[in-house]
Design a protein around this ligand. Sequence first.
Ligand SMILES: CC(C)(COP(=O)(O)OP(=O)(O)OC[C@H]1O[C@@H](n2cnc3c(N)ncnc32)[C@H](O)[C@@H]1OP(=O)(O)O)[C@@H](O)C(=O)NCCC(=O)NCCS
Length: 318
Amino acid sequence: MDIQELDTTDPAALRAWHEVMEQAVRADRPHALLATYEAFEVTATAPSTYYSRTWLQAVEGAEVVGVAELELPLQENLDVGWCEVSVLPQHRRRGVGRALWDAVAERGHADGRTRLGGEVSVDLAVAGAGYAFATALGAVEKHHEDHLLADLPVTSTAIDPAYELVAWQGRCPDEHRAAYLAMRNQMNADVPTGELDLEAEVLDDARLASSEERLMKAYDVRVAAARRRSDGVFGGYSLLFVPHGADYGWQDDTLVMPEHRGHRLGAALKSANYAGLPATITSVHTWTDPQNTAMHHTNTALGFRVVEHMYEVEAVIA
Ligand SMILES: CC(C)(COP(=O)(O)OP(=O)(O)OC[C@H]1O[C@@H](n2cnc3c(N)ncnc32)[C@H](O)[C@@H]1OP(=O)(O)O)[C@@H](O)C(=O)NCCC(=O)NCCS
């Protein structure tokens, strides 16, 4: 077996890598939310200024039997790397996963990283190998969240009359950018991360613009925000991605700023985003810390149900 770096200029190799990733993950995780081929292609062929990424594959003969991805943040968290390893079911328990892990750890170490983190998701009904694998490699749990799924349409929640809905698709309009950036940075600073020792990502206008531009190549990006009528102050936002061509959405951040809590703005903003979706979108995924009772309750009241437990794990590679 040979561990190779994926040649991101070769479209057939990109396809094969993505197909193996999809098959390997789906075997254990029927509800997994995976990058579509289009989203993967954008990430793999248009390097980001803020993250360096490497894709590896384990090859036997001419067959790709396992794949891995390594992501190194370049702006903050310079001691950390993140990785994901997936092996086709028929090739498991033969050391392929460990060989891929060793290869990502070697690359992370060579770049000065001392910790390697990853997400391990465990289906509620299917016994997967991910957690035992991560533990065998010395990774320990630092944080966990529930992965929830809702079928659309969900119960709709009207926005509190003291607020008006401000919604956009794609790039945030210039007149809202300062308020939106402040909320995005508040979210990054506030989001619960358990024992994960990470610096919050700080967005400025250039970084937001770069993220919007990249995301829009593969996703329909929708934002619903609430603005208080009395003084025009923004109280919260909710961010939703719909991969091009997919029949599902992916609920990203929802934040209600501290002084605006207690008005059910979270539920109203989410449901406003879902109500605006075309009828072809039939479900939405989200992740919530089960200890974040307000958000967990908002989600289950909207119709979300837990389908997986997601563990953020980390190993020391110094
Ligand atoms: C997890 C996964 C990558 C393991 O791949 P693999 O090639 O079978 O892994 P290895 O053969 O190198 O196993 C390394 C060690 O992990 C542990 N392990 C792996 N699968 C296990 C299982 N099903 N049960 C218990 N331990 C397991 C063992 O300690 C194993 O060493 P051993 O075989 O000497 O006992 C593979 O099962 C997979 O792709 N699962 C779906 C995706 C996923 O969950 N990835 C992990 C998130 S990063």
